[in-house]
Write a protein that binds this ligand. Structure first.
Ligand code: S3P
Length: 440
């Protein structure tokens, strides 16, 4: 049994500088795209978490040479459609929806059946969102339980570009289709509700034929098969989703300051900053610079005394999708009733985060009104937790663990938070950084 984390006092005032680990979305995309390039690509500051290691293990099974060295990871791609593997191949996506869904796009031409499996949490998640468009390319799918893992894919040698409407605001769906497009004939045309655009930015950088027309709500994306993808080195910037835990820790702590260095502030990812600033958080983006189409900055945060409730505009949902759990903690301390709507996608994550987030707030003594796709949070600027809290049975969701840790350190009382190891999914150094901040 992995040990539980015990916290029984609030964090003291701090003034620190930290660096979080590499961005998970970019790490997985770099691994998968490097496997399609020709020759040696090196990735620096690659997030070495379970999700990304699962991506490395997956491409290894598909015949790609991978070297994990000190300070970098080297991938020797075999070009587009260059996977080589034996009959009966099984790929384990573990906990990662991004890996499970994106890799299916790359397997659009697989001549033999490949089985994808995942852990308990991933096996509960919906795969129809990618199997439906991938079938249109010509792929076939085989399952025990319709549209759930484990499933097998059999590609089509005559995979052909499709027309596709992505209306969930899911970058995983959009990217899976874009990955299939680089291995198919003709043009793939996507109308996609706004979501993180790392794949688009990488395609542009790699000179993969892509055209993007942006409107307020949707991006219209055309992708064609490139002749080849050149090997590329990439320095992965820090993860805004991991940073979010420390942004909220500092916002809710007493009289503290924090600088988080080298974080990816891609506009399609910083909903958390926009939302928290609207609520009165003190966040400044410093030393902004560009790297291969991505924006990077140092984030400076100061504690806030006056936090106000928000009626959160749903246009911000996709850009804050992984951060709502910690945003809820700020709402718990804000003056007034916060309202977050059209967020049913939260229940499609590693755990049903909308339901579990609400449950944790209730345990903390915070009133919520929950529906299938919205939550109202009754903020209490002087919130005091009166009962010890035990966090258990949450499908090992890493973000539930980290949210609970931040809640324990800022709202106090006695917390027992199970499944400490879940942080290895996305942010293995999370507790080490907490210690760095706590130590004088
Ligand atoms: C991700 C997209 C998001 C996010 C996930 C990572 C990605 O999922 O929740 O953690 O890297 O594309 P959806 O695209 O399904 O919303």
């Amino acid at each position: 049994m992995p040990k539980a984390l015990l916290i029984n006092k609030k964090i003291k005032q701090f003034n620190k500088q930290i660096q979080v680990s590499g961005d998970k979305s970019l790490s997985i995309r770099w691994v998968l795209l490097a496997s399609q390039a020709i020759g040696s690509s090196k990735g620096y500051n690659l997030l070495m978490s379970e999700d990304v290691v699962a991506a490395l293990e997956s491409i290894k099974k598909l015949g790609i040479k991978v070297l994990v060295c000190k300070g970098y990871c080297e991938i020797f791609g075999n070009g587009i459609n260059g996977f080589k593997y034996k009959d009966g191949l099984v790929i384990d996506a573990k906990n990662s929806g991004t890996l499970g869904r994106l890799i299916l796009g790359l397997l659009i031409k697989s001549p033999k059946k490949i089985k994808i499996v995942g852990d308990k949490s991933l096996s509960k998640r919906d795969f129809s969102r990618v199997t439906i468009p991938l079938k249109k390319f010509g792929a076939k799918f085989y399952y025990k339980t319709e549209n759930k893992l484990p499933l097998s894919i059999l590609g089509s040698q005559s995979a052909k570009g499709i027309k596709y409407i992505e209306d969930k605001g899911s970058a995983q769906c959009k990217s899976s289709v874009m990955f299939a497009a680089i291995n198919s004939s003709g043009t793939t045309s996507i109308k996609a509700k706004k979501s993180r655009d790392h794949t688009e930015k990488l395609f542009k950088y790699l000179k993969i034929p892509i055209k993007i027309n942006k409107t307020k709500k949707y991006d219209f994306i055309n992708v064609k098969k490139p002749k080849k993808i050149k090997a590329f080195n990439y320095q992965i910037p820090g993860d805004i989703s991991s940073s979010a835990f420390f942004i909220v820790l500092t916002t809710l702590a007493y009289n503290s300051k924090l600088l988080i260095k080298n974080v990816n502030i891609n506009p399609s990812r910083i909903g958390v900053i926009t939302i928290l600033k609207k609520m009165g958080a003190k966040i400044v983006l410093k030393n902004q610079r560009n790297y291969r189409g991505e924006k990077i900055a140092n984030i400076f945060i100061k504690s806030s005394k006056n936090l106000k409730a928000i009626n959160c505009p749903s246009e911000l949902n996709s850009s804050a999708i992984d951060e709502f759990l910690v945003i809820f903690l700020v709402a718990a301390k804000a003056n007034g009733i916060s309202y977050f709507k059209d967020i049913s996608e939260l229940n499609q994550k590693e755990s049903p985060r909308l339901n579990l987030g609400s449950k944790i707030l209730n345990m903390m003594g915070v009133k919520t009104e929950l529906t299938k796709n919205s939550i109202k949070i009754y903020g209490q600027p002087n919130l005091k937790i009166i009962k010890p809290i035990i966090i258990k049975n949450y499908l090992r969701d890493h973000r539930i663990f980290m949210m609970s840790t931040i809640a324990a350190l800022t709202f106090g009382n006695k917390w027992t938070i199970h499944d400490k190891d879940s942080i290895n999914t996305s942010f293995p150094t999370f507790l080490k950084i907490i210690k760095e901040i706590t130590d004088k």
